[in-house]
Design a protein around this ligand. Structure first.
Ligand SMILES: *Cc1c(COP(=O)(O)O)cnc(C)c1O
Length: 477
C-alpha cells in the first residue's frame, strides 16, 4: 500500500517521492551485488541510452507493425543480429517476445501445431530444463516428459532422451546452459537424435545466448548444429537491456507458422499476432535495440570476458573454501554451490543477505541436495574479492550454526499431505507452521529465511508449489 490519496491529483513531486521510497525497499538492480534476477553491465552510458529509448517508445503499440513500422524495423534488425551471432542460415526468422518464458511457450506452441496429426503431443526434455517449459506444457496441453541428467555432470543424457521419444513427441529441448547448474547439454547428439526422428529441437539459450557466442571453445549448440530448429535468447539477461525482451529464432519460416495467430471471427479489426501479447509497448524492444547497438560486438566480447573471468576466479576461490563446493565446472557465467557436511546453504544465503549480497537458494531436487545459484555479471567482476570475503564469512557462520534442523515429525507429516486436497484454511495453517503467516490469511515473510527454506526443502515439490502459490496469493491480496 502506498500513502497517496487518489481522490485528488498528486503533484509530480509527491508521485516521484512515493515511487522512490517504494523502490528503496527493492533489491539493487545495479552494483553487481544481486546475483540473480538482474544483470548489470556497469556501463552507465548504455543504461542511459536504453532508458531514453524505453521512455521514447513507451506508448507505441506493437499490435500492428504496419501502423508502427519503426518497431518492425527494430525487431528485424535485432533478429538479424542474433541470427548472425547464432550461425542462423539465411532462411532464419524470429520474433521479439516479452521474455524467455514467452519464447519457450511459442516454441512449444509452434511444435504442437506443426504436428496436427499427433493426438497427445509431448515434449522430451532433460530434468534440468527451465520451469518455463513446464509452464508451456501446462498452458498448451502438451505433456512434458523429463529425463534424468547425468548425475555427476548434470548434463542431459542423449541416449536416455532418445529412449523417451515416442510417436507423440513433437519437440526435444536442450539448454545452453541450464539455469540451475550452468552447464551446456550435448546439443549435437540431442539434435541429431531429433532430426533422425523428424522432430524439432529447441535450444533454450535464454541465459547463455548472449554469452557463449563470445567465448572461445564452446561445445557446439547453435544453428551450426544440424537439427537445431529453434533457439531462444533473452536480451534482458546478458545483452544487459531493460526488462521485457527475448528473441525466438527459427531455422526457417515454416517452423514459425504455428505461432502466427489470425482471427477474423469478430466484428473488429482482424487480429494478427506473432506472439502471445497483442497490444504491447514498443519501449522494451526499442530499449533493447538501443543498448545492443550502444554496446556493440566488441563491447559484448569485453563484457563476457570480464564476467567469465570473474566466474572462474570465484569458482577457484570456492574450491579453496572449507564447507562449500562448486557443483559443476561452469560452462558459462553461472555457478551452483553446494554446502559441505554440517553447513547449510540456506543459512549461507541469509548471512550473505545481511552482508548486502543476494545469492539464490535452489531446493533439493531429484536426490540432489539444495544449492546456491549465482549469476555473474560484468559489474560483479570488480567486487569478486569482496564477494569471496563475504562468502568465506557466511560459510564460517553457517558452519558454526550447523545444519538447520527441521522437526522430523513435521517433515514426515509433509510427506503425507496431498496438496490437491488443501483448502484455504489448511493452507493458512501450514503457512503459519512454516513461519510464513499468522494463520488467518495474513502473510509474514521473516528477515531470515533459513528455517522456512529448510522446511520447504523438506516438503515434496507438489506441496512446495501449493505453499508458495499460497504465499503469492496472500502477498497480493
Ligand atoms: C531466465 C530463463 C528462462 C525464462 O526467462 P524469463 O525471461 O524469466 O521468462 C528460460 N530459460 C532459461 C535457461 C533461463 O535462464
Amino acid at each position: 500500500m502506498t500513502s497517496l490519496d487518489w481522490s485528488t491529483a498528486s503533484t509530480a513531486t509527491q508521485v516521484r517521492e512515493t515511487l522512490d521510497s517504494l523502490r528503496a525497499q527493492d533489491l539493487p538492480t545495479h552494483g553487481g551485488r544481486t546475483l540473480s534476477y538482474v544483470y548489470d553491465s556497469g556501463l552507465a552510458r548504455a543504461d542511459e541510452i536504453g532508458r531514453e529509448a524505453l521512455a521514447a517508445f513507451a506508448s507505441t503499440n506493437g499490435l500492428d507493425p504496419t501502423a508502427f513500422p519503426s518497431l518492425a524495423a527494430l525487431e528485424s534488425d535485432l533478429v538479424a543480429l542474433a541470427a548472425g551471432l547464432l550461425h542462423g542460415p539465411d532462411s532464419t526468422v524470429g520474433v521479439a517476445t516479452s521474455g524467455g518464458t514467452e519464447s519457450l511457450i511459442l516454441a512449444v506452441l509452434a511444435a504442437r501445431d506443426g504436428a496436427p496429426h499427433v493426438q497427445r503431443p509431448a515434449v522430451v526434455a532433460p530434468s534440468t530444463v527451465h520451469a518455463a517449459v513446464h509452464k508451456a506444457g501446462h498452458l498448451l496441453g502438451v505433456d512434458v516428459i523429463t529425463v534424468p541428467v547425468d548425475p555427476v555432470g548434470f548434463r542431459a543424457d542423449p541416449e536416455a532422451m532418445a529412449a523417451a521419444i515416442t510417436d507423440d513427441t513433437v519437440l526435444v529441448v536442450a539448454s545452453a546452459p541450464s539455469y540451475a547448474h550452468g552447464v551446456i547439454d550435448p546439443v549435437e547428439q540431442i539434435a541429431a537424435i531429433a532430426a533422425q526422428r523428424g522432430i524439432r529441437c529447441h535450444v533454450d539459450a535464454c541465459i547463455g545466448g548472449w554469452v557463449l557466442p563470445f567465448m572461445a571453445e564452446v561445445t557446439p549448440w547453435t544453428f551450426a548444429v544440424e537439427g537445431v530448429t529453434s533457439i531462444s535468447v533473452d536480451l534482458h539477461k546478458y545483452a544487459y537491456t531493460p526488462k521485457g525482451v527475448s528473441l525466438l529464432l527459427h531455422r526457417d519460416p515454416s517452423l514459425r507458422r504455428g505461432h502466427i495467430f489470425a482471427s477474423a471471427a469478430w466484428p473488429g479489426y482482424t487480429m494478427l499476432n506473432t506472439t502471445l501479447q497483442s497490444t504491447k509497448s514498443g519501449g522494451p524492444l526499442a530499449a533493447a535495440w538501443a543498448v545492443v547497438h550502444a554496446i556493440g560486438l566488441d563491447g559484448y566480447r569485453e563484457l563476457v570476458a570480464v564476467a567469465r573471468e570473474a566466474t572462474l576466479r570465484l569458482a577457484a576461490a570456492v574450491d579453496d573454501m572449507e564447507g562449500l563446493t562448486v557443483v559443476a565446472a561452469p560452462d558459462s557465467t553461472l555457478l551452483a554451490l553446494q554446502a559441505g557436511e554440517g553447513c547449510d546453504v540456506f543459512t549461507i544465503a541469509d548471512e550473505m543477505r545481511t552482508r548486502g549480497w543476494l545469492v539464490q537458494p535452489q531446493m533439493a531436487f531429484a536426490g540432489h541436495p539444495a544449492t546456491l545459484h549465482l549469476t555473474l555479471c560484468a559489474a560483479t567482476a570488480a567486487k569478486v574479492p569482496e564477494l569471496v570475503a563475504a562468502l568465506t564469512e557466511s560459510v564460517a557462520r553457517a558452519r558454526e550454526a550447523g545444519v538447520v534442523r527441521v522437526d522430523p515429525g513435521l517433515a514426515a507429516a509433509a510427506q503425507q499431505i496431498d496438496p490437491e486436497t488443501l483448502d484455504e484454511a489448511a493452507l493458512d495453517g501450514l503457512l503459519a507452521i512454516a513461519g510464513l503467516g499468522g494463520g488467518d490469511g495474513s502473510l509474514q515473510v521473516p528477515e531470515r529465511m533459513a528455517e522456512v527454506n529448510a522446511l520447504l526443502d523438506a516438503a515434496p515439490p507438489a506441496l512446495r508449489e501449493a505453499l508458495l502459490a499460497g504465499v503469492l496469493d496472500r502477498l497480493t491480496r
